[in-house]
Structure formats: C-alpha cells, structure tokens
Ligand binder design. Structure first.
Ligand code: ZN
Length: 503
C-alpha cells in the first residue's frame, strides 16, 4: 500500500517485547484513574505518567494529548485522554484513538507501544478493539492523484502492552478483526472519493471483479443489453444518457453452505448525479460523485465478510449508473415499465436512485431468495432535514429486522432512526398517467416518499429494510475520526448485523 492511500496499523502481541520510542497511554481523565492502574504503567516509564497526571496535563477534553520526553526506557510518553468515564462510549474511544493516530502520523513514527490497561478498565465493552479500529480508520488518506509524500509512514507497528500477563495476546484476535473491518471501511471510502472520470459503471464493475477474484467470490455483471432483455428499464433509463452504460453488479459470498438464510444487500451507485434534465444547482455539484456511497459500502461489506470468513451467505448487488445529460438521456414525463411490470411516470429525473433500486430489488427477490433484504442509498436530501447527521433513516416492512438493525446501529454508533411507511403516504406517489410516479413534486415527507416508492417493488413476505444514508455517507467535520468526506457508513453496521445473526 502506498502512502498516498494513507497509513495502515499493524497490531502485534507482547511476546518478544522490545522497547519502542513511544508509549501511548489512553486514560480516563475523570474520575482520576486508580493508583494501581497508574503505578503499573509508571513502572515501565519511570513515573512519567503520574508526573503528567499531577500537573493536570491530561485534560478532560476527549482525545486531548499530553506528552513528555522523560519516560525511562521510552523516549516519549503520550497520554491520551478518554474524557469523562460517565460519558464514554465506543465512538468516543474511537475518536480518542484517532487523535493518537493523527499524532503518530504527523510525527512520522513507524513503531510504537500501546498501554491498554486504561482501555480495559474504561467500562466500554471491547474498548481495546474499538481503539484499534479508531486508529486504523484515522489512517485514511485519499491522495493517490497527488504527488507522493515520500516521508509519510505507510505502516505503523503497534505493540500491545498490558500489566496483566496474557491480556494483550488475549485481545489480539478482536483487535485484528476490528482492523480488518476498518480496512474494508477505508476501501469503501477510497472508492467513494474517486471522481466520476475514474469510477463510472464500467470501471466500478471491473473493481468488483478484481475484489471478487482476490476474495474468491462469484461475480456477475449485467450490461445494458441484458438489463433491457430482463425488462429492467428503470436502471436502463437512468443510465442511458451516459457514455458508460448502466451495470447490475452481483457478488456472491457463501460462507455457510448449509445455512438456510441469505442476506442480500442492494446498494445504489450513481457514479455521478447531474440530476439529469431536472438539473441540480452548480454549487457543490462536485460532491455528487458521492452518490455511489451505498454501492461502495456493499463492496466494503463483501470485503470484510469474506476476509473475516463469516459463516453466513451473503449476496451483494450494486445498481450502477451515471445520471447524465445528453440527447439519449431520459426525460421528465417519460413512462417506464419496470422489471416488476409496474409503470412509473418520471416527475423528476433527479429522483433516479429509486428507479435503479426498484429494479435491483426486483432482481434480488427473483434471483437470490433473500431471507433478509437490505438496501443502502444516498437517496434523499429530506432524510438530512429530518435527522441531520446523527442517524441514517431506516424504513422497513418488518419489525424484527428493523429492531435488529437498530440495535446494531446503537452498538456500532452507525445509528439508524426508523421512519414510518404508512398507507397514508401512498397518495404522494399515486400516478396520473402511470401506476405510480417517482416524486411527489413537493417537499412533504421527502425521505418517506423514497421508501414508499421502493416498497412498491418489495413483496410483503420478504423482510426488507431501506437505509437512507444521504446525510451520513459524507461528513464536513474534520474531527469525525478520519477527516472530511466519505465515511463508509454501513460497513461496520452490517458486519455487526451478520455477526449477530451467526452467534
Ligand atoms: Zn438524483
């Protein structure tokens, strides 16, 4: 991996310990850590930690760093604040870890030790693994189109240390899993950042093939002619204006051949969304390359599930198209006969995501026998109006699936909030000259209208959930633990879902 793609972290156990230059010590700031805990780490760094604590250098602010060059066998000690114990959760542990990772990267340190007693005593379940994941995430950098930074450290080795013998080795498998998942998150983020002249439906399909080959997955790609033959006119219409036509990409992972369950994920990948003839405003249009985030998250989940060798059956489907303007592009007013047989009047060519997803959901039900069907899409601006950046919108026809996903969202801090799909909203998509229309033509219940539209294409007896990730797939905030831009939202959430289904 090149430094343009950021920094990776390799966590190693306590055997064959040798002293590194730097010792990182995460500690809860309030209340003060117990004497016993502090004296254990003091023993290896000549009381440097208690000296920092005494002068109040640790700070109650989460991720605050206190630093000394007087550390016995270590040249430097870095105490990282976990803030208030009362308020601490997995996300805050990850943020503090990102602060430490940022410091290591800036200081160009290739090898470090991590004292994990403070994490183990933090009261947060799996805190050490969360920390490792937070560091791995923070190594993300999208700079492959820039001149390489020759001095950047590509890989940082982290020696896990603890006063309890065996603790470090014991947590290492969880740490490695967390790092594996985060590598898949960063893979999805990297793809998301690629501009539309690099990632278009054809090159996204090629990327999926590459991934499938690497992970020994089955990969199927349907192109325009086949899509047309199968009647998937929603996907065809949206993609027909672009030079690279639409693709339906399918990846199959079979980790539990005997199991009767198959989770099918469907991701929206509009590689660039001009809005079509219902054109978007120019301001911020460059950000519409991120309209493929649902699709790349599906690739990230496939990568993580296969690398972790999860004992589950998983199908990933990506509906890929570029919503372009040209003489071949579809128009407002067009009536499309979808694969399911339903007809749709196009009110807005910018409500294209639901058109491609509708056909992909139909395909999933017809060809993949899903026992759970979950779609992810940057579908509506309306979901951000409703929930802001704190949660993705969850809509579902199945209470138990919705509850499961909600719980996974709480655990991973990729939170979901359920919105209703009541019959009352059906009126908003009732067609004039066709069965239904793809937009209500007004602001009312914007995110829900998207869900209501998709529901038209899902059989009542298939447990289905729609995740509208439009407001959480990208962030403007620098301190979200890994910088601005794509978040890879959904990878950790869905891996948690798959793992909980197995155990
Ligand atoms: Zn659009």
């Amino acid at each position: 991996m090149h430094s343009q793609s950021g920094t990776t972290f390799k966590f190693v156990g306590g055997k064959g310990v040798r002293t590194t230059e730097v010792l990182i010590v995460p500690l809860v700031a309030k209340p003060r850590s117990p004497m016993q805990l502090v004296s254990a780490v003091d023993a290896v760094c000549d009381d440097a930690v208690s000296e920092l604590l005494e002068v109040g250098a640790i700070g109650e602010e989460l991720g605050h760093r206190a630093h000394t060059t007087r550390g016995g066998a270590y040249k430097r000690i870095l105490v990282v604040s976990l803030g208030e114990r009362e308020k601490l959760d997995c996300q805050k542990v990850r943020k503090a870890a990102a602060s430490a990772a940022g410091w290591l990267i800036a200081e160009r340190i290739a090898e470090t030790a991590l004292w994990v007693d403070g994490l183990a005593a933090s009261g947060v379940e799996g805190a050490t693994a969360e920390w490792a994941g937070g560091m791995a995430r923070a190594g993300f950098r999208f700079a492959e189109h820039k001149e390489p930074d020759k001095k950047a450290v590509e890989k940082i080795r982290v020696h896990v240390r603890s006063s309890e013998s065996g603790h470090a080795d014991h947590t290492l498998p969880q740490i490695r899993d967390a790092v594996t998942i985060e590598a898949a998150v960063n893979y999805a983020r990297r793809l998301a950042h690629q501009p539309a002249n690099v990632i278009h439906p054809a090159s996204l399909a090629a990327e999926a093939r590459r991934l499938a080959q690497q992970l020994k997955l089955k990969c199927t790609v349907l192109e325009t002619a086949q899509l047309r033959r199968m009647g998937m006119n929603g996907l065809v219409a949206v993609g027909q204006g672009a030079k690279h036509g639409p693709r339906l990409i399918r990846l199959d992972y079979r980790g539990a051949r005997d199991a009767r369950t198959t989770t099918v994920l469907v991701g929206k990948a509009i590689t660039f969304d001009t809005g079509g003839y219902s054109i978007k405003p120019a301001k911020g249009m460059e950000g519409l390359k991120f309209d493929k985030c649902g699709g790349v998250t599906v690739l990230g989940v496939m990568k993580a599930a296969a690398t972790l060798k999860l004992k589950c059956n998983l199908v990933g489907i990506i509906a890929a198209a570029e919503n372009a303007i040209s003489e071949r592009a579809y128009r407002p007013g067009d009536i499309l006969k979808m694969a399911s047989g339903k007809t749709v009047e196009v009110i807005s060519t910018d409500a294209e995501g639901r058109l491609i997803l509708a056909d992909a959901l139909w395909y999933a039900q017809k060809h993949c026998q899903p026992t759970a069907l979950i779609d992810l899409a940057t579908l509506t601006g309306g979901v951000g109006i409703a929930l802001g950046q704190a949660a993705a919108g969850l809509m579902s026809n199945d209470d138990s699936l919705a509850a499961d996903l909600g719980e996974c969202g709480r655990r991973t801090h990729e939170r979901l909030w359920r919105l209703p799909l009541w019959e009352d909203y059906r009126e908003l998509i009732k067609g004039t000259d066709a069965d239904i229309k793809n937009a209500a033509g007004k602001q009312e219940a914007h995110a829900i209208v998207g869900g209501m539209f998709l529901k038209e294409f899902v059989s009542d007896d298939v447990p289905w959930a729609h995740l509208d990730i439009a407001s959480v797939a990208i962030t403007e905030s620098e301190n979200a633990g890994g910088g601005k831009g794509a978040t890879g939202f959904g990878v950790r959430l869905l891996i948690e879902y798959l793992r909980r289904r197995i155990s």
